[in-house]
Structures are given as structure tokens and as C-alpha cells.
Write a protein that binds this ligand. Structure first.
Ligand SMILES: [Mg+2]
Length: 234
């Protein structure tokens, strides 16, 4: 692939279950341990339901512990090689980023996994990375997490694309203002974090039927994602 025509001007990836295999983190056990009865954002649920800051701290400690257990299980997503081929061929023409609610330690584990597997470093493939509790020097504070559009806005600034794509905060049901920017994820909050910032959003379905209404694309794996990033190749 000596030259690629790109279908997108920028792409943001969730980490867990998107660039890596799903189910490394045992979310069901995490929810059970903190007494959360429903699916959804665990960190938001803790904020809304903990009866004291001490209890919230204890619940968050459970989340961090379960995440740490999962780091050993981390494996690259199906089709990762195809994605790397497209990203390498695209080079600077396709800005990329990772946006995760996981920790910076998870990003380091991902980087180590890439190197062990013979791929370029994380910072080469995904020069911008926003993890949980990312401090924005631009805003002078810690960013809100997905599903807020704030991490997407931060990434657009880091890419230097806010002139072409001015910061937009809208509703997820609006048609994407920036259909050539894409947020890829396996969680509803990934899609919302993109759509609320005006991007298109792709659902990693891992072979399951159905996608949330906020998904503008649905991919079985990273090979399908890679193929969609290219408009044509020659
Ligand atoms: Mg995920």
C-alpha cells in the first residue's frame, strides 16, 4: 500500500474492548462488588450513589483493583495488524488518538503489549492519548470523562484541528457536524463522547447483532474498521 485515499480526517479509539480484546475487565464482578444493580458508567454511578466520600473512595478502589487484574489479560483486538497497516500507510494524513476511562497504567501496559508483539510504540501509532483524570493545561483542570464531549474537544486541540473543526457541543441525535471525524468504541459512552462533539461514531459489535442508535457505523473487528478508514487505495 504505497498510497491511500482516506475516508476520514481523524479517528479516536477507545482502548478496552476496542483496540484490545473485550472482556479482559470483569465489569460484572466489578458491579457486584460495589453493589451496582444496573449496567452503565460505573464511575458515574459511584458519584451518584455513594453515601459519603469515604464510601466513594472505597468503591473506586475496587474499580482500580479490578482494572489492575485485567492488565495481565490484555490482548490486541482482532484485526489489529490490518489497522496498523492502514495507520502506517496514512501517516500524518490521518491524526489518531486513544480516549480511555482506564488509567495511564493501562496505556503503559498497552504500549508494552505493542512492543512485545513487534508493532510500533503506542505514541507512534496514537500520538495523542487521553486517560482518566487527564489534566488539561488548556482548561487548567481535570477533564470530564466520556460520555462528556470534553475529551474529544481536547483531542481536536491536540491535533491542531480546531480551526477546521471548531469545538462543538451538541446532542447525540443531531446529524454529525463533522462526519469525517470518527470515534470508535465498544461502549455507549464512547459513541456519545463523539456524537456530542459532532463526530461520526462507530460501534465495535464483536459479531453481536444490533448497534445503538447513536452509531453511524458498526464494525465486527479492527479489520472492518481499517477498511472503512480507506476510501480507496492504489
Ligand atoms: Mg471499551
Amino acid at each position: 500500500m504505497s498510497h491511500v485515499e482516506l475516508a476520514f480526517a481523524g479517528v479516536i479509539f477507545d482502548l478496552d474492548g476496542t483496540l484490545t480484546q473485550p472482556d479482559a475487565i470483569d465489569f460484572a464482578r466489578m458491579r457486584e462488588r460495589i453493589g451496582m444493580p444496573e449496567p452503565g458508567s460505573i464511575l458515574h454511578w459511584i458519584e451518584a450513589h455513594a453515601t459519603s466520600e469515604t464510601e466513594a473512595e472505597e468503591m473506586r478502589a475496587v474499580v482500580w483493583e479490578e482494572e489492575a487484574l485485567a492488565l495481565d489479560q490484555m490482548a490486541l483486538g482482532t484485526g489489529f495488524k490490518d489497522l496498523v497497516r492502514v495507520l502506517s500507510a496514512a501517516g500524518d494524513a490521518l491524526p489518531t488518538a486513544i480516549c480511555t476511562r482506564n488509567s495511564t497504567e493501562a496505556l503503559e501496559a498497552f504500549d508494552a503489549l505493542l512492543r512485545r508483539s513487534g508493532f510500533p510504540a503506542c505514541a507512534t501509532l496514537f500520538p495523542v492519548a487521553v486517560a482518566r483524570d487527564h489534566h488539561s493545561t488548556r482548561l487548567g483542570r481535570v477533564l470530564e470523562n466520556k460520555p462528556s464531549p470534553e475529551p474529544t474537544h481536547e483531542i481536536l486541540h491536540a491535533w491542531g484541528l480546531t480551526e477546521a473543526y471548531p469545538v462543538h457541543a451538541g446532542h447525540e441525535e443531531e446529524a454529525p457536524r463533522y462526519p469525517d471525524l470518527l470515534f470508535v468504541g465498544d461502549g455507549r459512552d464512547d459513541l456519545l463522547a463523539g456524537r456530542r462533539a459532532g463526530t461520526a461514531a462507530a460501534w465495535m459489535n464483536h459479531g453481536d447483532e444490533g448497534a445503538p442508535s447513536t452509531a453511524t457505523y458498526s464494525f465486527r473487528d479492527l479489520s472492518e474498521c481499517a477498511a472503512t478508514l480507506i476510501a480507496a487505495s492504489c
